[in-house]
Design a protein around this ligand. Sequence first.
Ligand code: SF4
Ligand code: SF4
Ligand code: FES
Length: 248
Amino acid sequence: MTKTVILKIRRRESPQAKPRWEEFELTWKPGMNVISAMMEIAANPVTRDGQPTTAIVYDSNCLEEVCGSCAILINGRARMACSALVDQLEQPIRLEPLSKFPVIRDLQVDRTVLFENLKRTKAWVPVDGTYDLGPGPRVYPQEQEEAYPISRCISCCCCMEACPQFNQKTGFVGAATIAQVRLFNQHPTGKALKHERLQALMGDGGIQECGFAQNCVEVCPKDIPLTRAISDTGREVIKQALRDFFRG
Ligand code: SF4
Ligand code: SF4
Ligand code: FES
């Protein structure tokens, strides 16, 4: 008998449409991952009971856990579809869009909030002009070792999806943004905006919303030391708040 893989996909035609489930059955292949199953379904959209349907919509690009675009809920857990091996998942495999981001269609969501949060915290190295600025400051190996793990963030938003504090009520910026603040505040040129970044993390939606439940670090596909980045940044925010207070 041919071995098969069964997938249940939560679909929605538009942000306003009511969600519905569709079931698909594919022939199993060695090394099959969720994204390859999704590609097969999109190329041949016929449900398990033989009904033709529309091609499923989702985001993906690199197919090697680098671009961060294919994050979805797989059996209820936020993870990357391109690194989720079918053989390691319980069947039927349930695929749903991330639940804390507006659905565009099917498994595709709008993750603008992360990029707005990165803008809010100035998560970049300020470079004045496009002319040749000469060599940048030296970054010592110890500093590189500290920065490298955080620089691996792929903006997938899994940490925000899993965070109990990331919701509309708190307006919490989430772990990824805080980690990027940590990264750029340590950078010799990035430090120029340290004060502004720390100020952006004070008050509503800032770092104090974090309940330290550590769900973020559990789901991060790049093993970024998020809880350490959050506690280090939290200390910096408190020191900055005290400095601001005494300066009046
Ligand atoms: S430690 Fe908990 S509350 Fe803080 S960002 Fe991570 S998941 Fe959210
Ligand atoms: S910190 Fe990890 S989980 Fe969060 S966006 Fe970056 S890579 Fe994804
Ligand atoms: S397709 Fe790029 S991370 Fe999965």
